[in-house]
Design a binder for this molecule. Structure first.
Ligand code: C2E
Ligand code: CA
Ligand code: CA
Length: 728
């Protein structure tokens, strides 16, 4: 069972059940205690009542006797031995009127004169009766002789003896009374009185009669102490104080009854309590779950990148610090810096939603390739990877797999997007400073990029030296741009395909380093873009181009402009001001921009292009065919020319490349755009392009880029030669 399920089960089941059980148990305990107390009191009262009833019964029997024994007629008839009379008044009458079980009349020498027994099935034997009454009769006779009248009053007319006694094996109340004159008219000497004995069995109908009268359930006599704990009892003691037997009964327990009556209510209360607390427990659990979920969500957000779901920079750094601190001496930790190539172009070309989608898909690919690594997104198109220590030995294989994996085209909506990745790798052996490891991975990344991108580089000490060189180059470039003296402009002629004449020059920047000589723009232009110096270089080249234009009135000049320059506010004004300063017509200038810069005619770039084109400046898409969805984009962008990229011209001997060139030319024609083919190196290429209807050609076959003076001389010579040819 999961921990979550356990706590839900606890809150919804165990806790409510225990709580309800404890509460109900307390209630039950209190009720039971109160019930037991009230039952105990009730039983005590019942015992008192039974004891009192027996005492009253004993007195009552003696009292019953007196209704017939204190009577002149009784004395006379007993003396006369009138059995019939005795039976009617002192025998069976006693039974039918008072319910006595047996009656005897004894002569003064204690011999039975008359004996009556109600129970015909079991009549006590004279011997049994004698054993029971004799001690009482003797005592009574003694008292009579002694003239004892103690206890007699208005209610008790004669003295008597009563006791509990066994008649045979049957328990009974035995009462002996003298038969005496009620008027005193019949003479009697003390001790000569005849005696009347009655017996009331305790095991007969007597308990039932008492039970009915006083509401005792199942009242009965027991000779031994009752063992059944549910029964109440009182001991019956004879006149000597000896326990004679017990009366037992099923006691009325009011508390018990109350408890029985309240039990269903208690069960209901338990169910209601359980249901209520379970509901409350459920609510608490849900709330806790929600809180826990939002806490988890918050801590996830704090550690993760929202777009890709990968870790973010701070989480990555924390984890890296932790692992490097805990690293054992022989343990290896590997960090990869991954930078997507050409991502900015995708973002500029397709817009941010597609760019975001691309980043997500690239992140997904990386996760699939390295499921166990910690991958973080630390910038727009920058990722860091921390490999599990066991993978350090396979790092080359893994880095290569990443490079290959990210090279595979992404299909987003209808676009087919090819990017790539450069990866820098740094490996720590044992504990290491995370900042140093990060620095090394960064340097390695720079090397991977410098090596032509779409590759990986593993940090080595030699790289530090290269980095130092780059820093030096950066510093040199800054001072070169500031002084302006080392940035030169070369010019490469562009020829008309129809007549082979020079129609234009492309201005290309050169950096003449004081110790390293000429440095290629492919190397320093990206550096200048990164350092924010491209605007200054653009201005220097534009100034030089205008100066050249002023000297060569018959041709036009093209300058290259990076997207960053074009997007910067004030570019159009700067261009037009420079042209005006040199007194040049704007239609003699063409601006070449790479395809990735050609986004829709909106925003700053759109306004710049439209302002300049309105003034007469022409625009060309450089390196046409290498960007994204060239054909669809050219529909939207206002340009005058396309420059087919050198890579297509190089491959023109291949039919697919040739077909592409034909398609580009057809499209440009349809749009009314001029076409230049760049990088023409062979006569085959030139002839093919001429026959396909390309407008202008540029390439080493005709001319390399030339320093300014050489270019001016070259163009001047070529134009005058053409003039001579045309004059001839
Ligand atoms: P790009 O605009 O495509 O310029 C043409 C490049 O192709 C030039 O290289 C040129 O020398 C080279 N090229 C021309 N014909 C041939 C040929 O037949 N074979 C070969 N192999 N190469 C040929 P370069 O001068 O090294 O310029 C490289 C890139 O640097 C340019 O490519 C352009 O994108 C950039 N660049 C140069 N100057 C500037 C500038 O002033 N501003 C900006 N933003 N970028 C510049
Ligand atoms: Ca160009
Ligand atoms: Ca080009």
């Amino acid at each position: 069972m999961t921990k979550q399920l356990q706590s839900q089960w606890f809150l919804r089941g165990v806790l409510p059940a225990c709580g309800s059980l404890v509460l109900c148990s307390l209630l039950l305990f209190s009720l039971s205690w109160a019930a037991a107390r009230s039952d105990a009191v009730a039983v005590l009262r019942q015992r008192d009542l039974v004891t009192l009833t027996i005492a009253k019964l004993k007195a009552g029997i003696a009292h019953d006797q007196e209704s017939a024994t204190v009577w002149d007629d009784a004395v006379r008839n007993a003396r006369a031995g009138n059995i019939e009379w005795i039976d009617a008044n002192l025998g069976s009458w006693m039974h039918s009127y008072f319910g006595h079980d047996a009656a005897l009349v004894l002569t003064s020498d204690l011999a039975p004169l008359y004996q009556f027994s109600a129970d015909s099935d079991y009549a006590p034997t004279p011997g049994d009766l004698r054993g029971a009454y004799l001690p009482l009769a003797e005592t009574l006779q003694g008292r009579l002789v002694a003239g004892d009248a103690d206890g007699t009053n208005e209610k008790i007319l004669s003295i008597g003896e009563t006791d509990l006694s066994y008649v045979g094996f049957r328990p009974a109340i035995v009462s002996v009374k003298p038969i005496v004159s009620d008027t005193g008219d019949v003479e009697q000497t003390a001790g000569s009185e005849m005696l009347h004995v009655v017996v009331r069995f305790l095991d007969g109908d007597l308990p039932t009669v008492i039970g009915k009268e006083y509401a005792f359930s199942e009242l009965q006599f027991s000779a031994t102490r009752p063992r059944d704990r549910s029964l109440a009892f009182v001991p019956l003691k004879d006149r000597d104080g000896e326990i004679f037997g017990y009366f037992e009964w099923k006691p009325f327990r009011p508390g018990h009854h109350v408890l029985e009556a309240t039990t269903p209510a208690l069960i209901l209360a338990f169910v209601a309590l359980f249901a209520g607390s379970s509901l409350a427990g459920g609510a608490i659990w849900r709330r806790t779950e929600r809180l826990a979920a939002s806490r988890a969500e918050l801590s996830h957000q704090a550690c993760h990148d929202a777009l890709t779901g990968l870790a973010n920079r701070s989480h990555f750094n924390d984890e890296l610090n932790r692992r490097l601190q805990e690293a054992l001496d022989d343990e290896r930790h590997t960090v990869l810096f991954v930078d997507l190539d050409r991502f900015k172009a995708v973002n500029d070309t397709f817009g941010h939603p597609i760019g975001d989608k691309l980043i997500s898909l690239a992140a997904e690919r990386m996760r699939d390739l390295l499921p166990e690594a910690l991958i973080a997104r630390i910038g727009g198109d920058e990722f860091t990877v921390l490999l599990q220590k066991d993978y350090a030995l396979q790092v080359e294989k893994l880095a290569d797999a990443l490079v290959q994996g990210l090279k595979v085209p992404f299909e987003i909506e209808t676009a087919h997007i090819v990017i790539g990745a450069s990866i820098g790798v740094a490996i720590a052996r044992g504990p290491c400073d995370p900042a140093e490891l990060t620095r090394q991975a960064d340097i390695a990344l720079y090397h991977a990029k410098a090596a032509g991108r779409n590759t990986y580089a593993i940090f080595g000490d030699h790289m530090d030296e290269l980095l130092r060189k780059r820093r030096a180059l950066e510093s040199d470039l800054r001072s070169a741009v500031v002084s302006g003296s080392q940035i030169e402009t070369f010019y490469q002629p562009v020829y008309s395909a129809s007549n082979g004449r020079i129609c234009s020059l492309e201005a290309l920047a050169r950096w003449k380093h004081h110790t390293l000589g000429y440095i290629s723009p492919d190397e320093f232009i990206p550096l200048a873009e990164e350092m924010g110096l491209i605007r200054e270089i653009g201005s220097l080249v534009l100034e030089d181009a205008c100066r050249t234009l002023a000297e060569l009135p018959d041709i036009t000049v093209a300058v290259n402009a990076s997207a960053r320059e074009l997007e910067a506010p004030g570019y159009a004004l700067r261009v037009l001001t420079t042209l005006a300063r040199w007194n040049l017509s704007p239609d003699r200038l063409e601006i070449e921009m790479t395809e990735s810069a050609t986004i829709d005619n909106c925003g700053e770039l759109g306004r710049t292009i439209s302002t300049l084109r309105t003034a007469g400046v022409r625009f060309a898409i450089d390196d046409f065919g290498t960007g994204y969805s060239s054909f669809s984009r050219v529909q939207k962008v206002e340009v005058d020319r396309i420059k087919i990229d050198k890579s297509f011209i190089d491959d023109m001997h291949r039919s697919d490349s040739r077909a592409l060139v034909i398609a580009m030319i057809d499209m440009a024609r349809a749009k009314g755009l001029k076409i230049t083919a760049e990088g023409v190196e062979t006569t085959e290429q030139r002839e093919a392009l001429e026959s396909l209807g390309c407008d202008d050609l540029q390439g080493f076959l005709m001319s390399r880029p030339l320093p300014r003076e050489a270019a001016i001389a070259y163009v001047s010579a070529a134009t005058s030669e053409a003039q001579i040819v045309s004059a001839v």
